[in-house]
Design a protein around this ligand. Structure first.
Ligand code: UD1
Length: 370
C-alpha cells in the first residue's frame, strides 16, 4: 500500500482536501489515506460542521494543537507531526493552502525525507507582512510536487527557479467543492433565517490581521460598513479573530448596526448560499475571491495586494485597498451598476482533485508498486 498523509488544519483547508480525498479513495486498492487534523481550528462552526457537510471522514489522527502565537502554534504542530511520522512514515505528504499547519507539516516531512506535495502552490502576494506569504514560500520551497491552480502560480515558481517537472497545473480543488455542493447549498434557508432577500444585501467577511488587529483600523472599517448599510443591508459572519477584536471597540454604537446582520461563522453550505445570492461581496479572504469569481458574483477585496490575480484578470474580483473611503466609493459604484463581467478561469471545472489523484497514481504509486 502507498501511504498518503493529508493535512487538515484550518477552515479554508477543509474544502480543499475534500475533493482530493474523494478522488484518491477511488484507488483504495493501492492507496491508504490518513487524514491528520492539526486542530489549528477546532470549534464546531470553524471545523466539525465542515467535515460533516463536505462528506469528509472523521480525522484518523487529531493533534489537538489549538490557538497560540505563530511560533508556538507552528512549533507545537511540528513536534506533534514529527512524533507521528517517526513512528509511521507515509510515502507522501499532501498539504494544501497557506496556513500555519501547511508550512509546519511540510517542514517536518521534508526533514525526514518524506516527499511533499503542495496543493495551491505558487501563489504570491509579495507581501512579507502576511503570515500566509511566509507559509506559502516555505511550503513551496520544501515541496517535491507543486500543484498549481492557475498560470500565475506556474510563472511565479519558474521565476523562483523551480524545475518545470515539479510543477503540475491542476486547477482549483476549492472550486471542486463549490461546484459539487452548490445544489445542496441552494436549498439552505439561511437568507430567511437572517432576514434578507436574494440580490438585496452585501456580504462581508473581514479577518486579516492587517485589517482587524489594529483597533483604529477596525473602527474605521466598521464605521464604513455602517455607512454602506444605509444603502443596502449587510450580512457579516464574524470570524473569531475579528470578534475578539470587536469586543469593547469604542466609537461604535449598537443602534448603528440596525442594517448590519452580524452572525457567527456560517457553515459551508450556508456561506455558499450567502455568496451566491449576494449583490456584492466585500472581503479580505483569499478563498472568497476565488469562490465569487467562480460564481460570477461581484467582489471587492479590501487588501492592498492579492496572491490570486487571476480573479482580477479573469474573474469578478477588484482590488480596492484598505482605505475605508475607497472601499465605500467602490461599493456604492457597484450598487449603482458598475458591474464587472468575468470569464471562466481555465481548469476551475470541478475536476482538480481528480487530476491530482491521477498524477499521484501515475507518477508515484505505480512507480513504487510496479
Ligand atoms: C487562519 C489562517 C488564515 C486563514 C484563516 C481562516 C494562518 C497563519 N492563518 O487565520 O490564513 O485565512 O485561518 O479562518 O494560518 N479561534 C476560535 N476557534 C477556532 C479557531 C480559532 O475561536 O476554531 C480564534 C482563536 O481565538 C484564535 C483566533 O481565532 O486566536 C485566530 O485563529 P488562528 O488560527 O490563529 O488564525 P486565523 O486568524 O483564524
Amino acid at each position: 500500500m502507498f501511504k498518503i498523509d493529508l493535512i487538515a488544519g484550518a477552515r479554508p483547508n477543509f474544502m480543499k482536501i475534500g475533493p482530493i480525498h474523494h478522488a484518491l479513495q477511488k484507488f483504495a486498492d493501492k492507496i491508504q489515506i490518513r487524514v491528520v487534523h492539526t486542530g489549528q481550528h477546532y470549534d464546531q462552526n470553524m471545523s466539525t460542521i465542515f467535515f460533516e457537510q463536505l462528506g469528509l471522514p472523521k480525522p484518523d489522527i487529531s493533534l489537538n494543537i489549538g490557538s497560540a502565537t505563530h511560533a508556538h502554534q507552528t512549533g507545537k504542530i511540528m513536534m506533534a507531526y514529527e512524533d507521528l511520522i517517526i513512528g509511521d512514515k507515509p510515502d507522501l505528504l499532501l498539504v494544501v493552502g497557506d496556513v500555519n499547519s501547511t508550512m509546519a507539516c511540510a517542514l517536518v516531512a521534508a526533514k525526514l525525507n518524506v516527499p511533499v506535495g503542495h496543493v495551491e502552490a505558487g501563489l504570491r502576494s509579495f507581501d512579507w507582512e502576511m503570515p500566509e506569504e511566509v507559509n506559502r514560500v516555505v511550503a513551496d520551497r520544501v515541496s517535491n510536487f507543486l500543484f498549481t491552480t492557475c498560470d500565475d502560480g506556474d510563472v511565479n515558481l519558474i521565476r523562483e527557479g523551480f524545475d518545470t517537472h515539479q510543477i503540475v497545473l491542476v486547477g482549483n480543488t476549492m472550486i471542486d467543492s463549490l461546484f459539487r455542493l452548490l445544489p445542496q447549498a441552494e436549498k439552505s434557508k439561511i437568507l430567511k433565517k437572517i432576514g434578507v432577500k436574494p440580490r438585496e444585501y452585501v456580504l462581508t467577511t473581514l479577518h486579516r490581521p492587517s485589517n482587524v488587529d489594529n483597533p483604529d483600523d477596525l473602527r474605521q472599517l466598521m464605521q464604513m460598513l455602517v455607512k454602506l448599510s444605509k444603502k443596502m443591508p449587510i450580512v457579516f459572519p464574524v470570524h473569531p479573530r475579528t470578534k475578539n477584536k470587536m469586543i469593547g471597540l469604542e466609537g461604535i454604537k449598537e443602534e448603528d448596526f440596525r442594517n448590519i446582520h452580524l452572525t457567527e461563522p456560517l457553515s459551508y453550505l450556508d456561506f455558499v448560499k450567502c455568496q451566491k445570492e449576494a449583490f456584492l461581496v466585500v472581503t479580505d479572504s483569499g478563498g472568497v475571491q476565488e469562490e465569487t469569481s467562480a460564481l460570477g458574483v461581484q467582489c471587492l477585496t479590501a487588501r492592498e495586494n492579492t496572491e490570486r490575480p487571476v480573479t482580477i484578470t479573469k474573474g469578478t474580483n477588484r482590488l480596492v485597498g484598505t482605505d475605508p473611503d475607497e472601499i465605500y466609493h467602490a461599493a456604492v459604484a457597484v450598487l449603482n451598476g458598475d458591474i464587472k463581467a468575468g470569464i471562466p478561469i481555465p481548469l476551475w471545472d470541478g475536476k482538480a482533485g481528480e487530476r491530482i489523484a491521477d498524477y499521484i497514481v501515475k507518477n508515484l504509486v505505480n512507480a513504487v508498486t510496479q
